[in-house]
Every structure is written in C-alpha cells, then in structure tokens.
Design a binder for this molecule. Structure first.
Ligand SMILES: Nc1ncnc2c1ncn2[C@@H]1O[C@H](COP(=O)(O)OP(=O)(O)OP(=O)(O)O)[C@@H](O)[C@H]1O
Ligand SMILES: [Mg+2]
Length: 472
C-alpha cells in the first residue's frame, strides 16, 4: 500500500532556486536602480531584496511541493494503486487537478475492466467452439488459436507459418489467395497426411481491414473424415445391395427367357430351372429380410430394452430351428452351461436373432462330421478395449466354436462388415448374404455388449458374444 501524499518538508533543488531567482530578478533591478540614483541606501536595498526572495520562496514552495505529490500520485495510479484517498493536498488548484486525474483514472479503469472481461469471455467462447480455428497475420504466421486447434495441431505451433504446418498444396494455395486479397473467402476440402490422414474442410476468411489487430485471416477447420467415410459406406452399401439383388434377378430372368423359348417343351429342363429359380428367390427373400433387419436396427437404436430373456429358452428354440441343418451336415452340436445363468434384460427377438446367426454360421462353416460347441457362462465384467461403449457389471458370455481352417488376420478384421464373405466360402459355394454378422454386431452394440472372434489352427473359430445381465 502506498503512503499517503502530504506536503513535503522544504526542499530546494536547482529548478526551484532558478524559479525563485527569475521571479526576484525584476525587483532586484528596481532596487539596484534606486541605489544607483541614491533614492535608497545599499543596506535597505539588500534588505528589500532578501525580503523579496524569502516571500517568493514562501509563495512557490507549497505549489512546487504539491506538484511533486501530484506527480507521485499519477505514477502510483499508473502502477495499479487504486486507493484514491491516498492524496492530501492543501491548495485548491492542485486539489481540483487531483480530482480531475482521479475521475479520468476511474473512467479508464472501468473501461479497461470491461474490455478485459470482454476479452476473457471472447477467449472462452473461442475455446468452446468445437472445431480448430487459427488466426493468421498478413504473412501467414499464426497469431492466435483456440483450444481445439491446439489439441488438433499437437506441438507448439504459435508463431509458425501455416505452410510449415500443412503441406497440401490446394489448401496452402487457397490461404495465399485470401492473404494476398485476391479473394475474400475460400472453402476447400483437403487431405492432411500429417494429421492422421484426416479429410479436412477449411473455411478461410479475410478479416475487414478496419480492424487494427495483427490477425488478417481466420482459418476454421472441420474434420469431415467420418462424414465422408459414412457417405462412402452408404454408397458402397447401396451398390452392394443392388448388385446382390441384381445377380439372382438376372439368373431368374435368364431362365424365364429360356423357358419361354428354347426349353418351352422340355419337361426335364423346366423342373431343373424351376428348382434353381426357387433357390434364387429364397436367396433374394433372405437378402431382403436381412436388409430390412439391418435398417430396422439402425433406425431403432433408441428402442427401449426391457424384456427378461431366458437364454436357455433362446438356445433351445434356435437348436430346434437348426436341428435339420446340423443333421444334414452331420454336425453334432454340444451345449454346455458352466454355471447357473440368470435371465438377462434384453430384447428377446433380437437375442434370438444373434444366437440364430452365430449358431447357423458355426454349423454352416464347420467341416462335415465335426462338432460345434456352445459354451455359456456368467462373468463379472465384459472384457473391453478403451473407447468402447460397453455396460459394466455382471454379464453372460456365449462362445460358439466350430472346427475348420484358421481365418487369417485380415479376414477376421472384416467379418462384421456388411456383405463381407470370405473368398474360400464363396468358392465352396456356401450360401449366404454376408449380413448375418453385421446384424449381430448391431444388436450387440445396441445392448452395450461385445463380440470377439478368434481363430487358431487346432481350435478352429470361436465367436463369443457378451451381454450385460442388466442395462444400467
Ligand atoms: N463360424 C465361422 N467359421 C468360419 N467362417 C465364418 C464363420 N462365421 C462367419 N464366417 C465368415 O464370415 C462371413 C460373414 O458371415 P455372415 O454371417 O455375416 O454372412 P454369411 O454367413 O455369409 O451370410 P448370412 O449369415 O447373411 O446368411 C462368412 O461368409 C464366412 O466367410
Ligand atoms: Mg451367417
């Protein structure tokens, strides 16, 4: 806290002495003239001069001293001391001056506080924007950025030139165009190999020239990788679905044409063709059923999960449905329950569908005359990798194992993609749409469970589903 400013004790300095002498000089000349014309004795003149000097000192000293107090007061305000009662002055003029200085200081302090609060709130708003924003000066150097930009660009990039951070020509050319004033704003989608190969949409805008700040151009970046990959997945899906439907349709229409022309009266050919046509229509109806299932699942992810599902009943029902298929392939299905399985909170129909798809696969892809095992048990927690949205707490796992060739890593990673089928099974003419596992995965995600798959030479392939006992 600064000390109160009071009138200082008498203090002479060269400036003060000069002022006193200058002020006393005219009377000194008058006294000198009076003694010269013998109107006054020398001793009286000296006495008068001394009295003049003393009265000038007494007149000037308080003003000079108060000016010094005022100067110190202004410095203390400049140094951030806002105690306005710090100043004590005796002269009216200097008091008025101090009041005026205090008033100006109060106005500017309040303006500065408003400006600071505004700047802080602007910076906070800037940081809460979800996408990276960069400010560039007229040469392309970064002058400011928000938090998402700092997270996105990683290292310390402030004061870096934009062309050191991004190498993609199309983006740098657009930034240069705006910096040079050839365009007011530019938008560009580009690929950023230095940032995890992301696809970015950049909007580059020139700031109005009347703004006097250092920033000249604002660059906003949006990560559009997910949206573009989703778009690609959707168009791939439509292409795949129409291809899968067109193939059996063209087979059927080919046979219809043959039956209408060359094979019109050939009874044997007609029977054979009708059998194939029946098979193709069954395939088409399965495919349409699967496609509808998938779209229903994708649309109804917010459907409430509230059934109490008895997994014994589900497995029994599915076994009944697949008994004939297992028998035809001489596959023996062995079910083992390792401990008492509680009912789980789930969607009954959807759980039937997953168990059906996985047991159907195990029977379909197992070698003939082999064994398929289904092992069901309770576990304390669902195993999960970080970032997966999986329910915590007690769960049930069902592992479906079938013998057969080991599935390589690349295939394993792609099995749950829509329409993905392993070449070896296509070559073996094993029927399927390639949608069963995609449907199972959707259902499991909806239940916040998990699906894992492993494959070894000796043990064959094991798909394991994990479902939480309760949905919390
Ligand atoms: N238990 C398994 N053993 C070996 N390969 C499997 C197994 N389950 C699935 N696959 C492979 O994964 C692919 C995808 O399986 P998915 O169940 O999604 O489709 P699908 O069985 O071909 O057709 P759908 O189930 O729709 O009739 C299969 O084509 C097959 O190549
Ligand atoms: Mg299948």
């Amino acid at each position: 806290m600064a000390a109160k400013f009071k009138i200082q004790p008498l203090s002479f300095n060269s400036q003060f002495a000069k002022r006193v002498l200058i002020l006393s000089l005219p009377l000194a000349i008058v006294f000198f003239a009076f003694t010269h014309w013998q109107l006054m004795s020398i001793s009286t003149a000296v006495l008068c001069f001394v009295i003049t000097v003393i009265s000038n000192v007494l007149l000037l000293l308080p003003i000079s001293s108060e000016l010094r107090i005022l100067r110190n007061y202004i410095y203390s305000l400049a140094n951030g001391d806002t105690d306005y009662s710090n100043i004590v002055l005796s002269e009216k003029d200097t008091r008025d001056l101090a009041r005026a200085i205090t008033a100006i200081h109060k106005i500017w302090t309040s303006k500065a506080e408003t400006l600071e609060a505004q700047t802080l709130s602007d910076a906070a708003v800037f940081d809460t924007l979800p996408d990276p924003i960069l400010m560039l000066d007229a040469e392309g150097y970064i002058t400011n950025s928000n938090l998402p930009a700092q997270k996105f660009l990683g290292a310390d990039f402030l004061a870096c030139n934009i062309d050191k951070l991004f190498s993609t020509n199309i983006f740098i050319a657009s930034v240069e165009k705006v910096l040079k004033g050839e365009s007011i704003s530019e938008s560009v989608v580009f690929h950023a190999p230095e940032y995890n190969n992301r696809q970015l949409y950049a909007h580059i805008t020139k700031l109005p020239s009347h703004l006097k700040g250092r920033a000249s151009v604002v660059v906003s970046l949006y990560d559009v990788s997910k949206a573009l990959s989703l778009e690609k997945k959707q168009s791939d899906f439509v292409a795949n679905a129409s291809h899968e439907l067109r193939t059996p349709l063209s087979v059927i229409s080919g046979f219809i044409e043959t039956l209408q022309t060359t094979a019109r009266d050939d009874a044997d050919a007609r029977d054979a063709f009708l059998a194939i046509m029946k098979e193709q229509t069954e395939y088409m109806s399965n495919l349409i059923e699967d496609l509808l299932s998938l779209s229903r699942l994708e649309m109804g992810q917010d459907k409430e999960i509230k059934d109490k599902v008895d997994l014994h009943e589900v497995i029994d029902d599915v076994m009944q449905a697949l008994k004939l298929k297992a028998f035809q392939r001489s596959v023996n299905v062995k079910i083992s329950e390792l401990n008492r399985i509680p009912k789980i909170v789930a969607d009954n129909q959807q759980i039937h569908q997953i168990v059906q798809n996985l047991l159907d696969n195990a029977i379909k892809y197992a070698p003939e005359n082999s064994e398929v095992t289904v092992e069901i048990k309770t576990i304390p927690e669902i195993p999960a990798k970080s970032g997966q949205n999986i329910a915590s707490g007690k769960a049930v796992s069902i592992a479906f194992n079938n013998k057969g060739q080991k599935i390589n890593k690349e295939d394993l990673a792609r099995l749950t993609e829509k329409f993905y089928r392993m070449q070896v099974h296509k070559d073996m003419k094993i029927k399927g749409t390639g949608l069963g596992l995609a449907i199972a995965k959707q259902i499991i995600l909806h239940h916040r469970g998990n699906l894992t798959v492993s494959s070894t030479v000796y043990n064959g392939t094991t798909f394991t589903i994990y479902l939480p006992v309760k949905q919390n």
